[in-house]
Design a protein around this ligand. Structure first.
Ligand code: FES
Length: 580
């Protein structure tokens, strides 16, 4: 840690709008005064943008307006001037064709909202899956002092005496209905039981994973990730974060001081330890791309390879985020990584202290939730990056959510050309498929869907489910929900729609998967593969206007984070010209 706080007082960027007596300053300041702000609030104190992803159609973030009041209280207390700014909110459970297509649009719009307005620092109020990476990407590109406040997870769901996780049990119950093990009415009865309070998915899905990543990266105060949305301590965390951002602005403690290679390596290892979502791979790669830190898929494999999953949470394990909080939360996991020499202890955090200073005294209050080192959920918990002629640029698999007996397997491909083809065929008992086959789904990557939907965890064919089989190998260029599970190989790169080898797999081809050897191999000759690729043509028409066109023209591969090519890098936050 080599951070040296800036001198204070000094002139902040907001003073370019509000400091002085020129016509333009009077115009900017006078109009803001119509909200009833006294003169002394324009004396050069930090103006903090509370960037809020609240929306009625982002229900996971539905409580963030109330939480923002606590953030603002903290900002006032510390001598700052809070301004709440609604920003693009992409909900996982609402946006079509997939919220992922809009992560980059959100990041683009929020970046410009920060840059174009009189803000000295940002509180990133996030929760649902894409809201966290989009705001972190924007903040990294602007490099103004920023702190993450997540909305927190929902309370535990309970149904028929069983702990039920958001998302995870949706997939599980859906399969149980198809297998004849659950009635449709029971499935409907479970609906509200799974999502019984405000907050994000209560499993270690993508929202909880990205909340954990924010804390492991050092971009949120220690302990932020696991506090339930409705717990009063969530509101305390919000208020403390509001106080903290004011000092961060005075010190000029920026994302570029925090988001170092060491911070990303800490986050990658943390993701393995908590059994985090595969979606964190694309999001962290994209955030790193905004900072200029050269993190690659190989770093994911190298850093995660020997990290054990010690968190017994769904979808990999048994418990939910509420119990994780009661057990001590993420500081305990980070402390355990530090004790195992798998944490860069000197990495700086938004607190101004090192990550080790924040977690060294953490205590584990439940060893069935945060497991002892000698009894991990999975010894090799990090994301495995497979490569081979089927995925020259890599594909990912989450070992903690996969079946051990399928980690080395050779099977006959059953190919679905796109998601509609899958839906048309999967329930047909005439489909020539059994549990030894490998299901292959094409054209669901960043360009293909478009937007890289969470459809990689294809449901199994009913005739296989009825045999009591719960898992088969599935390969695609799609993502899967962080709440999902199974031996699911994802993000295959290059994707089919970009003429990757996945595009030319045929039903009946043999595929070899060897996770220990990190191998994903299509058993055809190089000449045959080249000949098939030479004949390949895209199966879908490309959009010719609107954002879908922009996205498809410029989105990069999943192996580098699926950002838009022209958004990579940090552009800073110059104050620009006056508007009049
Ligand atoms: Fe929003 Fe899971 S769908 S957090």
């Amino acid at each position: 840690m080599s951070f040296k706080p800036a001198e204070w007082p000094r002139r902040l960027r907001s003073q370019e709008w509000y400091g002085g007596t020129t016509k333009d300053v009077i115009y900017h300041r006078g109009w803001l005064k119509n909200q009833g702000y006294p003169e002394d609030l324009f004396d050069g104190r930090p103006i903090i943008g509370v960037l809020n992803t609240w929306s009625d159609l982002t229900p996971c973030n539905g409580h963030l307006r109330e939480l923002a009041e606590k953030v603002k209280a903290g900002i006032w207390e510390a001598g700052g001037f809070p301004v709440e700014v609604p920003v693009f909110s992409a909900s996982e459970n609402t946006f079509r064709p997939t919220a992922m297509m809009f992560r980059n649009l959100a990041a683009l719009s929020i970046e410009e909202q920060i840059r174009g307005q009189p803000i000295d620092g940002c509180v990133l109020m996030v929760g649902c899956d894409k809201t966290t990476p989009s705001l972190l990407m924007a903040a990294a590109s602007c490099d103004l002092p920023s702190i993450v406040v997540t909305g927190g997870p929902m309370l535990n769901g309970w149904f028929q005496g069983e702990r039920v996780g958001a998302g995870t049990h949706l997939w599980r119950f859906s399969e149980a209905v198809k297998a004849g093990e659950m009635t449709q009415q029971e499935f409907l009865d479970a609906e509200a039981a799974v999502t019984r309070s405000s907050g994000t998915c209560n499993t270690m899905g993508t929202a909880s994973s990205m909340a954990s990543m924010s804390e492991a990266l050092g971009m949120a105060l220690s302990g932020n990730a696991a506090i339930p949305a409705v717990d009063s301590r969530r509101r305390v965390m919000a208020q403390l974060s509001g106080r903290r951002i004011v000092q961060m602005v005075k010190d000029d403690l920026k994302p570029s001081d925090i988001l170092t290679r060491e911070a990303f390596e800490n986050a990658i290892r943390c993701n393995g330890a908590v059994g985090g979502s595969t979606n964190t791979v694309v999001h962290l790669l994209a955030i790193a791309g905004r900072t200029g830190v050269d993190i690659t898929l190989d770093d994911w494999d190298r850093c995660g390879r020997d990290v054990a999953t010690i968190l017994n949470l769904q979808p990999s394990g048994k418990y939910l985020m509420e119990e994780f909080f009661y057990a001590g939360g993420l500081p305990v996991v980070l402390k355990r990584l530090g004790e195992a020499d798998k944490l860069h202890k000197d990495a700086l955090t938004v607190s101004g202290s090192t990550i080790w200073d924040e977690v060294r005294d953490a205590k584990n209050w439940n060893e069935d939730v945060i497991l002892p080192a000698d009894k991990p959920l999975t010894a090799q918990g990090g994301i495995a990056v497979l490569k081979g002629n089927l995925a020259p640029k890599g594909a990912v698999l989450k070992p903690s959510a996969a079946s051990p007996h399928l980690m080395q397997h050779r099977g006959r491909a059953v190919v679905f050309e796109d998601i509609d083809d899958y839906k048309a065929q999967i329930n047909d008992d005439a489909l020539d498929i059994d549990e030894t086959c490998i299901m292959v789904l094409k054209n669901c990557g960043p360009k293909g869907y478009p937007g890289m939907a969470e459809v990689g965890n294809m449901g199994l064919p009913p005739k296989v489910l009825k045999k009591g089989i719960k898992d088969m190998i599935r390969i695609s260029d799609a993502r899967m929900s962080g709440t999902a599970y199974g031996t699911v190989i994802l993000h295959t790169s290059p994707e089919a729609a970009a003429s990757g080898p996945l595009a030319v797999v045929r039903t009946g081809d043999m595929i070899e998967v060897d996770v220990a050897a990190r191998r994903l191999h299509l058993e055809i000759s190089d000449d045959e593969l080249s000949a098939r690729l030479a004949e390949w043509t895209p199966i879908h028409e490309r959009p010719d206007s609107g954002y879908a066109w922009l996205h498809q023209q410029h989105v990069q591969g999943a192996d580098t984070g699926a950002d838009l090519d022209f958004l990579k890098g940090c552009r800073g936050a110059p104050v620009g010209k006056d508007s009049h």
